[in-house]
Design a protein around this ligand. Structure first.
Ligand SMILES: Cc1ncc(COP(=O)(O)O)c(C=O)c1O
Length: 504
């Protein structure tokens, strides 16, 4: 709708539905002035004419003109009407390929600069498809109960909910976690050693900043948890990729590669991503090395709640007589992923330092969520939920293993590890892991290539399959699709497949 009057000519863009006429007109005129589509000195039509021109009420036009005048975009003088001022706008840079790259180089700190974030939400299909590892069995979560606990807390809106709290987190929640960890994981702690964080990832970020500096070597399991490696890389630390075997991290390899490392990150309960439990002997070797080297050990206890055979192995922290172990865990997968709450159990002398590092970003976790989680634990719902989920997941994993033997023979051998919320399968059809992942994605099956998690070692040609969110029918259908996908020849699959270009 191009409308003109004498020296004035301006095409206004369409008004977005959610915007008021006043806001829209203000934005349109302001941008036109900044971009010099309305040249300095241009006389705007009188408000009545302007309104008629664009089908707007005069009052709307008057209030926009007044605002533009107050902000210096136009001047209004009796007798000479409203005129556009000289506004020294910064002309927008022409963003071609090279200028965009130059801009990134200039504005993003070169210090441990990451690649741009490609979250799972950008690469995976919408919805949760077999064998996504992203969710637990959300349909089984006692959502109503959680909602009523949240409503009860919110209704009271006590002064504690309204104000700031100890940076360590809600004390009753820390007490509840102390009891929970003592009974389920054998962990010895006091509430003062516990800091509530927004998930394990925040803990890893803060611990990296607290414990490591540029070029400090740190042991990581290879393959291992990418969330830890990105945290270590963010402070410029040097990751030492220590291979794992059936007993977990190979301490002898670590000693050969870098005996003087500043610390180690391990997942002893359920190795990420291969799933095995670290043997007692290895745990002792790690601790012995840590105490002789003065190194820290970060024990990520993620997923440890789910063991489907044998007794749960107590945490490594329980064997540590020297306060070298920092124990971290999360509620994101045992309850629901958007609940960004986890905990760090620190050696007592480190807790205040940890809080100092945290104060540089967000001070504390959300009070309401902490209070609801506290009630959920203290009133016994967590224990009940875990018991129920353990049975459910055990049967889903059995369905996956049995179905794998039936449908995937000669294509993928699913590991016999009976723990966690996902498992690993090894390709037997000649494909490498990326080819397997791509072929599966083309058939709507979400699996992750094992080599996404390797640091240095060669591709072990495996795929990770989550089973927690799928009932037996969905598992069977997913396996049939996966079998068909893995029957394609490797090069066809790669060419036709949908590329998943990032990790979880
Ligand atoms: C080994 C391991 N640690 C930590 C996390 C993330 O925990 P959070 O969601 O609490 O950041 C994950 C998530 O997949 C994981 O696999």
């Amino acid at each position: 709708m191009a409308k003109t009057v004498s020296s004035y000519e301006l095409t206004l863009g369409a008004r977005p539905q959610h915007q008021t006429r006043t806001r829209w007109l203000y934005d349109e005129l302001r941008h036109a002035i900044l971009e010099k589509r309305l040249a300095p000195g241009t006389k705007l039509p009188a408000s009545r004419d302007f309104g008629r021109l664009y089908g707007l009420a005069r009052g709307t036009v008057v209030s926009v003109f007044e605002r533009l005048q107050a902000e210096g975009y136009v001047s209004c003088r009796v007798g000479s009407g409203t005129r556009v001022n000289h506004v020294n706008a910064v002309s927008p840079a022409r963003v071609g390929r090279s200028t965009a790259a130059a801009y990134i180089r200039r504005v993003i700190s070169s210090y441990a600069r990451p690649k741009p974030w490609v979250g799972i939400e950008k690469i995976a299909k919408e919805g949760v498809h077999p064998f996504s590892m992203r969710e637990p069995a959300m349909a089984e979560f006692p959502a109503k109960l959680w909602g009523s606990l949240a409503a009860r807390r919110a209704r009271k809106f006590t002064s504690w909910l309204r104000t700031e709290d100890d940076g360590r987190g809600y004390r009753p929640l820390r007490e509840a976690i102390t009891h929970y960890l003592a009974s389920s994981r054998g962990v010895r702690s006091s509430p003062d050693q516990i800091v509530i964080v927004s998930g394990v990832q925040q803990a890893l970020d803060l611990l990296s900043r607290m414990l490591l500096k540029r070029d400090d070597p740190v042991w990581m399991e290879d393959p291992g948890y990418f969330g830890a490696s990105i945290a270590f890389e963010s402070v410029g630390a040097r990751i030492v990729p220590v291979p794992v075997d059936t007993e977990g991290l190979s301490v002898s390899a670590g000693l050969r590669m870098c005996p003087q490392a500043k610390g180690a990150y391990v997942t002893p309960a359920h190795q990420f991503p291969l799933g095995m439990t670290m043997s007692l002997e290895r745990r002792m070797e790690v601790l012995k090395w840590a105490s002789s080297a003065g190194a820290f050990v970060i024990e990520d206890d993620y997923d440890s709640e789910y063991r489907f055979e044998g007794q749960p192995v107590p945490a490594m922290q329980t064997l540590d007589g020297n306060s070298n172990v920092i124990f971290i865990g999360s509620f994101s997968k045992i309850l629901f992923p958007s609940l960004r709450l986890g905990y760090v159990v620190l050696p007592p002398q480190l807790a205040d330092y940890f809080l100092a590092f945290r104060s540089r970003t967000d001070f504390r976790s959300v009070n309401l969520d902490q209070a609801v989680l506290c009630d959920f634990i203290v009133e016994g719902h967590l224990g009940r939920h875990l018991r129920r989920m353990r049975n459910l997941y055990a049967s889903r994993l059995e369905a996956l293993i049995a179905g794998g033997e039936r449908y995937l023979k000669g294509r993928l051998k699913i590991s016999g590890v009976r723990a966690g919320l996902y498992t690993v399968g090894f390709l037997e059809n000649g494909m490498n892991s990326r080819q397997g992942e791509t072929a599966a994605a083309a058939r709507g099956v979400e699996v992750f290539a094992l080599d996404r998690y390797t640091l240095k070692r060669p591709d072990q040609k495996g795929l990770l399959l989550g089973f927690a969110a799928f009932d037996e029918t969905a598992i069977r259908k997913g396996l049939i699709q996966l079998a068909a996908a893995l029957d394609q020849n490797a090069s066809g699959a790669v060419n036709n497949g949908r590329q998943l270009t990032s990790v979880l």
